[in-house]
Design a protein around this ligand. Structure first.
Ligand SMILES: [Zn+2]
Length: 324
C-alpha cells in the first residue's frame, strides 16, 4: 500500500519560475538552468522508481515516497521507504548518465560522460547514513524493537553503464538497476521472515513519519532575485512571449493575438515561487502590469486565496493545493 506519494517538488517549480522570469541576457540565468536540469533528472529517476515499485506486489508493505525528516538539528531525506513487519527498506534513486564506476574504498563514484570524468559522493555511504539516521530517529520516538533496516541504491538511467571495478561485495549487493528492483526486494522478503512489528506499530511509525515530513523549500532570500531584474507581466500561453494586456476581463497577446481569461494564474504562481507565499493587491498590480485596484481585487478574490488583514491591506496566500 502506498501511503505517501511523491509530488512535483516545489524546488523544481521555483527553478522553473526563475528560468522563465530571468531575461535571456542575465548572466545568472545559465547557472539556474543547469541546476534545474540536474534537479529534473533526479526527479525523473525517482519517478521511474515509483513506476517499477507500482509494478510489484506491495500488499505486505507500507510505502512512503519522498520523505524529509528533521533530526538532530539537520534533515535526512529518503527517496522511497518500505515498511513491513519483518524489515524496513530504504531505496535511494540516482539518475546519473554515462559510465559509472564505484570505488567504495575512496567513498566515491566516478562518472565518465562525453569524455569528461567527474567524482560524485558514494551513494552507498549516503544511503547507509540515511539508514542510521532513520534508526536513531525511530528509536528516539518509539520504544518498540525495530526490524533490520536495509537499503538499496537504484540506478534509474537505463543508458548508464554500471561498473564495479574492484569487485566490491557491497556494491554488487546494494546497487541495482531500477528496472530490476523487484528482484532485489524478493530475496529480502525470503531472508527476513520473523515479524518484529505489529500492524499497530507499523501504523504508528507511518503516522510519525508523515507528521514529521518537512518538504524542502529553498531559501529565496539567499538567491537574491530583485523584482526589477526579472521579467514582469503575464506570459502568453500560446507563443510564450511576455506580456499580455488586460482588456475587458481578458488577457490579449500583442504578439500572436491569443486571448485568455486565465493567463494570470501561472504569473501569480510565479510570484509566490519567487517572492514567498504572500501577495498584496499592490504587488499583484506591479507584477501583472495592471493599474486598476479594482481589477487587482477581482483577480485575487476569484482565485479563492487565503486572506489575512483588513480590506485595505489585505494579504493573500496560496491554499495548500494551489500548485497542483
Ligand atoms: Zn502570444
Amino acid at each position: 500500500m502506498i501511503v505517501k506519494t511523491r509530488s512535483y517538488p516545489i524546488e523544481i517549480m521555483m527553478l522553473e519560475a526563475i528560468v522563465r522570469r530571468f531575461p535571456p541576457h542575465n548572466p545568472r540565468k545559465d547557472e539556474f538552468k543547469e541546476k534545474l536540469m540536474r534537479k529534473r533528472a533526479g526527479y525523473k529517476g525517482e519517478f521511474t522508481l515509483d513506476y517499477y515499485m507500482s509494478q510489484i506486489d506491495h500488499s505486505n508493505f507500507m510505502i512512503l515516497q519522498d520523505l524529509r525528516i528533521p533530526h538532530n538539528g539537520t534533515h535526512f531525506q529518503i527517496d522511497t521507504l518500505l515498511i513491513s513487519s519483518t524489515f524496513i527498506l530504504i531505496i535511494e534513486s540516482k539518475n546519473y548518465a554515462g559510465i559509472l564506476e564505484f570505488y567504495p574504498e575512496f567513498n566515491q563514484l566516478i562518472r565518465t560522460l562525453n569524455g569528461v570524468q567527474e567524482a560524485f559522493p558514494d551513494p552507498i555511504i549516503q544511503t547507509k547514513i540515511q539508514a542510521s539516521q532513520l534508526k536513531s530517529f525511530l528509536s528516539k520516538n518509539h520504544q518498540f524493537t525495530l526490524p533490520p533496516i536495509k537499503f538499496l541504491v537504484a540506478m534509474s538511467n537505463s543508458q548508464a553503464i554500471i561498473k564495479n571495478p574492484t569487485n566490491n561485495k557491497e556494491v554488487s549487493q546494494k546497487v541495482c538497476r531500477t528496472s530490476s528492483i523487484a528482484f532485489r526486494i524478493k530475496p529480502l522478503e525470503e531472508e527476513y521472515k520473523n515479524p518484529t512489528l505489529s500492524k499497530k506499530e507499523i501504523k504508528k511509525i507511518v503516522k510519525l513519519l508523515l507528521n514529521s515530513h518537512t518538504p524542502f523549500i529553498p531559501d529565496l532570500a539567499s538567491m537574491n532575485l530583485p523584482l526589477e531584474d526579472m521579467i514582469q507581466g503575464v506570459q502568453c500561453l500560446q507563443c510564450n512571449k511576455f506580456h499580455m494586456d488586460r482588456i475587458h476581463g481578458s488577457w490579449i497577446c500583442k504578439h500572436c493575438g491569443h486571448v485568455s481569461k486565465e493567463a494570470h494564474i501561472p504569473a501569480i504562481k510565479d510570484f509566490f515561487l519567487l517572492y514567498g507565499f504572500q501577495i498584496s493587491n499592490k504587488q499583484l498590480r506591479r507584477f501583472l502590469l495592471i493599474n486598476s485596484v479594482y481589477t487587482g481585487n477581482r483577480i485575487l478574490q476569484a482565485l479563492e486565496l487565503l486572506t489575512t488583514g483588513s480590506t485595505k491591506d489585505r494579504i493573500y496566500s496560496p491554499p495548500k493545493n494551489f500548485f497542483e
